[in-house]
Design a protein around this ligand. Structure first.
Ligand code: BGC
Ligand code: BGC
Length: 847
C-alpha cells in the first residue's frame, strides 16, 4: 500500500516567518573586495579563494580531453551510480565517472565484507571505467562514501563520536586528526572520496540530523569545517594533497539544511539572505578556504525553491562569488524534487549548476539517456556541459587519479592494519573524553573511586550500536550487535576495565536488578539510533519512561545514581535529571566507549584522571515544547544554556528542576477540521501536477498539467473544491503543512479521516487517498471502489479508519498531510468538509 509519492517535500510553498535574531557577521572573514565574478550577488557574501590554485597544465590537459570526448562520455562523467544498481559492465558501457555506496551498502551485499572485498570491488569498477577497448577515452572513476564519523560502513573501522559531540569538545584542532584518520581508513578500502563534513547549523533540534551538526552557533561550524577538510584532503601545500592517505572531501548540504522550518527533513529554509550568510553558510567559507573539492546540494529549499535547482546559490554565489572551482554533486536522487523534474530527467538542475547527479535509482540509465538528449538538443548548453565535466576532471586530476592506477595498487590500499588502527582509536577516545558534558554533579558524586561495587544498568550500557547512533554500519544504525564492531568498546566495557583493574566490581544488569547492593549505579540510557527522515520528532520530550522508573527505583533503595545520556540532540530530561545524583550527556560516542570511564572514574591512586571539558554547543531545553532555543533566540527557555558544562574544579549543586513538560494533551473529543471551505491552519491546499510542479493554490481556479482545481459552492459560496484529473499522468492534490500535527489521540480513540465527496466522473484508473509524514513516511489507501460505487453527482460521506493509515506507515504524531488524493487516470470529484474525529463508524477497512 505504501508508495513513494510525488511530493518530495511540501517545500517552501508557504512564505513568511524566519528566524529571529542572531545576525553575527564577524565570521564572514574575507574583506569585501570588488566582485568581478557575478555582479548580481548580494554583497553580504564574502569573496573567497581556494588555496588550491588552478594549474595551467591541468587545464590544458582537460581541454585536450574535452576535445576528444563524445557527448555520451561527458554525460557519463556527470552521472554517479550506486553499487547496488550498477555493475562494472554498465560503468564501462555508459562511461560512468563515479560510483557511491549508500549508507548500509556493502561490496557483494555482504555486511561483513573484508578490506580485500572493498578493494576488489574498487578494482572492478576502476578497470571498467578505464577500459578503452570500445575506443573511448577511459577516464578513471572516483568512488564516494559516507564516512561521516569514521569509515562507518566498514566492519572494524574506528567510529568517532558524531559531530554534535565533537562540537562539545571545543577542540577544532582535533578535527584535523579525525579527518586524517578517517581518510586513511577510507584509503585502505580503495575509496577516494568522502561525503563529509556536514556543515549544517541546526536551529530546530527536532530535525533527525541534528547530531550531524557541530553546533547551533555558526562560529563553531566555521572553526571546525576547514580543519576537518584539511585533515581529510591534506593541506593545500601538502605533498599528499588529495592522495596517499588523503581523500577528496565534500562540504554538505549546500545550503541551510539545518535551517528548515520546524526542523523538517528535506524541508524549507524560510529566511533572508543575510541569515543564510550569517548562520548557514559559515562552514562553507572555511571549507572553501581550506580547499574543499566537492560540495553536495541539499535536498532542502530556500524560500520555496529547491537547492538542486537553485542557480543563484549554486552558480552565482558558490561558484562565482565564493570562488569554488571543484564540482557540485547532487544528493540521493534529490534532483527529482526540482519543479518539473523526475528521477530520470532534470536538465534544470544541470543548468542551475549541479555538475554530477547522484543517481542511485535503478532508472539511472534513463537519466543518462535523457541528459544525453538534452545536451544534444541544446537544452543543456555545450558550455554548461563542458564546465561540469571540466570541474569533475579538474578534481580527478588534482587528486592524481589519472596516474594512480588500480585501487589495489595505490598507497595504503588493502592495508587492514589501518582499519580501527590503535592510533585512530586513541584519537576517538580522546574525542569521547572531551565531548562529555556534565549537567549535574550533586555532592561531588563524580569522579568515582574505582575500588567499589558498581552496578551498570540501562539498555545503553553494553550496546555499541546504540552508542554509535545512525550511519553506523547500516544507514539508520539499526540492526547491529556488539559483534558488528570488532575492536570497539561499550560504555560498560570501559567501566569494567577501569573498576576491575583496581579491585572493584562492575555488574552489568540492563534492568538494574542486583544480588548484592552496589555502592553506586551507573545508568546508560537514551535515544536509539536513527538517521535522516526517520529521526525527525515532533517535540523535545525524551520518552523513556522505563529509564526514569529505573533511576527512581535505584534512588529509592539509597543507591547513588550516575546517569549517562546517549543522544543525538538536546531533549527535555528534567525528570531524569531529578532522578539522578549526577547526569552527563555522552552524545553518541561511537566505538570508543572507554573514553567515558576515563572521565567519570578517578585514577587508581584516587587522583582525578581527566576532568570534564565538554560544553553544550546546543542549548538544552527547559521543557519539551518545540520552541527554537539558540544563542540570541529564546535563551530564557534554556534549562542549560549554550556553553554550559560543569567540571570537577568548580562544583555546583543543582536543585530540583521543573517537571512541567509544557505539552498539552488533547482528549480528541472535538473533531479536527482540515478543510471547511478553506484550509485550516497549519495546512494549505497544494497540488503536484503531472509534470511534478508543486504549487500552493490560493486562487479559486487553477489549471495545471494533468489537473485543474476550482472553488465551488455546496452550501455556501466556495465551500468546496472541485478536482479534475485529465489522465495525463500522476497528479496529487491535498492539504500539506510545514509543521507536524499529532493525530495519535484520534488513533487511540478509534478515530477516522472523514470527508464528503461528490463524484461527477468516475475514476478511469486507481485512486489513492494518502497521509504523509515526510520522505518515505506515510500511507496510501485505495478509494477507487468507493468512488466508482458513488452515485454520480450525489454527495456522500467517506470515512477512513486511521488504523489503516497507521498500519500502512503513517506516524500519527508526525503528520504533515492528513489528506491527499492521487491518481494518474481521469477523475472528476468535489470535496467538502475534511476532518479527523474520534469514535467514527468506518466504512473503508484496511485493504
Ligand atoms: C541509502 C542511504 C541514502 C538513503 C536516502 C538509503 O537506502 O542507503 O545512503 O542516504 O537511502 O534515501
Ligand atoms: C544523504 C547524504 C548522503 C547520501 C549518500 C543522502 O540521503 O542526505 O548525506 O551523503 O544520501 O548516502
Amino acid at each position: 500500500m505504501r508508495k513513494r509519492i510525488l511530493l518530495g517535500v511540501i517545500s517552501g510553498l508557504i512564505a513568511g516567518g524566519g528566524l529571529a535574531g542572531c545576525g553575527k557577521q564577524e565570521m564572514t572573514t574575507a574583506p569585501k573586495t570588488e566582485d568581478t565574478s557575478a555582479a548580481s550577488v548580494n554583497d553580504t557574501w564574502p569573496q573567497l579563494a581556494s588555496p588550491i590554485k588552478k594549474d595551467p597544465a591541468i587545464e590544458a590537459r582537460i581541454d585536450e580531453l574535452l576535445a576528444r570526448m563524445t557527448v555520451e562520455e561527458k554525460v557519463g562523467q556527470m552521472v554517479q551510480v550506486e553499487i547496488r544498481t550498477a555493475t562494472p559492465e554498465e560503468v564501462k558501457e555508459y562511461n560512468i565517472g563515479s560510483i557511491l555506496n549508500g549508507g548500509g551498502a556493502f561490496p557483494y551485499d555482504n555486511k561483513h565484507a573484508t578490506v580485500d572485498d572493498w578493494v576488489a570491488l574498487a578494482d572492478e569498477y576502476y578497470k571498467a571505467s578505464v577500459d578503452t577497448s570500445d575506443g573511448g577515452v577511459g577516464i578513471p572513476m572516483i568512488w564516494g562514501t559516507d564516512a561521516v564519523h569514521g569509515h562507518n560502513n566498514v566492519i572494524g573501522a574506528t567510529l568517532f563520536p558524531h559531530n554534535i559531540a565533537l562540537g562539545a569538545t571545543q577542540n577544532p584542532e582535533l578535527m584535523r586528526q579525525i579527518g586524517a584518520a578517517t581518510a586513511a581508513e577510507v584509503r585502505a578500502t580503495g575509496i577516494d572520496w568522502i561525503f563529509a563534513p556536514t556543515l549544517a547549523v541546526v536551529r530546530d533540534d527536532r530535525w533527525g540530523r541534528t547530531y550531524e551538526s557541530y553546533a547551533e552557533d555558526p562560529q563553531v561550524v566555521y572553526n571546525y569545517a576547514g580543519k576537518l577538510v584539511e585533515g581529510l584532503q591534506g593541506s593545500a601545500d601538502s605533498e599528499e594533497l588529495l592522495h596517499g592517505k588523503h581523500v577528496i572531501g565534500t562540504a554538505k548540504h549546500w545550503l541551510a539544511d539545518g535551517g528548515t522550518k520546524n526542523g523538517i527533513d528535506r524541508g524549507d529554509a524560510v529566511m533572508s539572505e543575510e541569515e543564510l550568510v550569517a548562520i548557514h553558510a559559515q562552514g562553507y567559507f572555511s571549507a572553501i578556504e581550506a580547499g574543499v573539492q566537492s560540495v553536495m546540494a541539499s535536498f532542502s529549499s530556500w524560500n520555496g525553491e529547491k537547492m538542486h535547482g537553485h542557480k543563484y546559490l549554486m552558480t552565482d554565489v558558490l561558484k562565482g562569488r565564493l570562488g569554488f572551482d571543484g564540482f557540485v554533486v547532487g544528493d540521493w536522487a534529490g534532483h527529482q524534487f526540482v519543479n518539473g523534474c523526475s528521477t530520470d530527467s532534470c536538465p534544470q538542475a544541470i543548468n542551475a549548476g549541479l555538475d554530477m547527479f547522484m543517481a542511485p535509482d535503478p532508472s539511472w540509465k534513463q537519466l543518462y539517456a535523457n541528459t544525453v538528449a538534452q545536451a544534444k538538443s541544446g537544452e543543456i548548453s555545450a558550455e554548461r556541459l563542458d564546465d561540469a565535466v571540466r570541474r569533475i576532471l579538474r578534481v580527478k586530476m588534482r587528486s592524481g587519479l589519472f596516474e594512480a592506477g588500480l585501487p589495489s595498487e595505490r598507497a595504503n590500499a588493502g592495508d587492514e592494519s589501518l582499519i580501527g588502527a590503535p592510533e585512530h582509536r586513541a584519537i576517538a577516545r580522546q574525542a569521547v573524553r572531551e565531548s562529555l558534558v556534565l549537567l549535574k554533579n550533586n555532592d561531588n558524586l563524580l569522579p568515582l573511586a574505582r575500588d567499589q561495587r558498581v552496578l551498570v544498568a540501562g539498555d545503553g550500557a553494553d550496546n555499541i550500536g546504540k552508542q554509535s547512533g545512525g550511519w553506523s554500519i547500516t544507514w539508520q544504525g539499526t540492526g547491529n550487535q556488539n559483534s558488528d564492531f570488532p575492536g570497539g568498546t561499550s560504555v560498560y566495557g570501559g567501566i569494567a576495565e577501569a573498576v576491575e583493574s583496581a579491585g572493584g566490581t562492575a555488574e552489568l544488569s540492563a534492568d538494574g536488578s542486583f544480588e548484592q547492593k552496589p555502592d553506586v549505579a551507573i545508568v546508560v540510557f537514551g535515544e536509539d539510533p536513527y538517521a535522516e527522515m526517520q529521526g525527525d520528532v515532533s517535540n523535545l520530550d525524551y520518552p523513556g519512561e522505563s529509564d526514569l522508573a529505573l533511576m527512581q527505583r535505584l534512588q529509592e533503595q539509597g543507591i547513588p545514581v550516575v546517569s549517562l545520556f546517549i543522544t543525538g540532540r538536546p531533549l527535555w530530561t528534567n525528570p531524569e535529571i531529578n532522578a539522578s545524583d549526577a547526569f552527563a550527556v555522552i552524545w553518541q560516542p561511537g566505538t570508543e566507549g572507554g573514553g567515558v570511564a576515563d572521565v567519570i572514574f578517578r585514577k587508581a591512586d584516587g587522583e582525578v584522571n581527566y576532568d570534564f571539558k565538554g560544553q553544550l554547543t546546543f542549548s538544552w531545553p527547559n521543557d519539551a515544547q518545540p520552541t527554537l532555543r539558540n544563542p540570541g533566540e529564546n535563551e530564557e527557555l534554556a534549562q542549560f544554556n549554550y556553553g554550559y558544562g560543569l567540571d570537577y574544579e568548580n562544583p555546583v549543586q543543582i536543585a530540583a528542576l521543573s517537571e512541567e513538560s509544557g505539552l498539552k494533551a488533547s482528549d480528541g473529543n472535538e473533531a479536527l477540521a482540515v478543510f471547511n471551505g478553506r484550509a485550516l491552519d497549519p495546512w494549505s491546499f497544494q497540488v503536484t501536477d503531472a509534470g511534478n510542479n508543486q504549487s500552493e493554490i490560493t486562487s479559486s481556479v487553477a489549471k495545471l498539467q494533468g489537473i485543474s482545481v476550482q472553488s465551488v459552492d455546496r452550501k455556501v459560496q466556495e465551500d468546496s473544491r472541485r478536482l479534475q484529473w485529465s489522465g495525463e499522468g500522476n497528479a496529487v492534490a491535498g492539504f500539506f503543512a510545514n509543521s507536524r500535527t499529532d493525530l495519535s489521540v484520534y488513533l487511540g480513540n478509534q478515530g477516522a479521516l472523514i470527508f464528503d465527496v461528490k463524484v461527477d466522473a468516475a475514476p478511469s484508473d486507481a485512486v489513492s487517498l494518502g497521509m504523509y509524514c515526510g520522505q518515505d513516511c506515510g500511507a496510501e489507501q485505495s478509494i477507487t471502489d468507493v468512488l466508482k460505487g458513488a452515485a454520480p453527482g450525489e454527495w456522500k460521506t467517506v470515512t477512513v479508519d486511521l488504523q489503516c493509515l497507521a498500519a500502512g506507515g503513517t506516524k500519527m504524531d508526525m503528520v504533515l498531510s492528513p489528506f491527499y488524493v492521487r491518481t494518474a487516470g481521469k477523475l472528476d470529484l468535489t470535496i467538502h468538509d475534511i476532518r479527523i474525529a474520534s469514535q467514527a463508524e468506518t466504512d473503508i477497512h484496511c485493504g
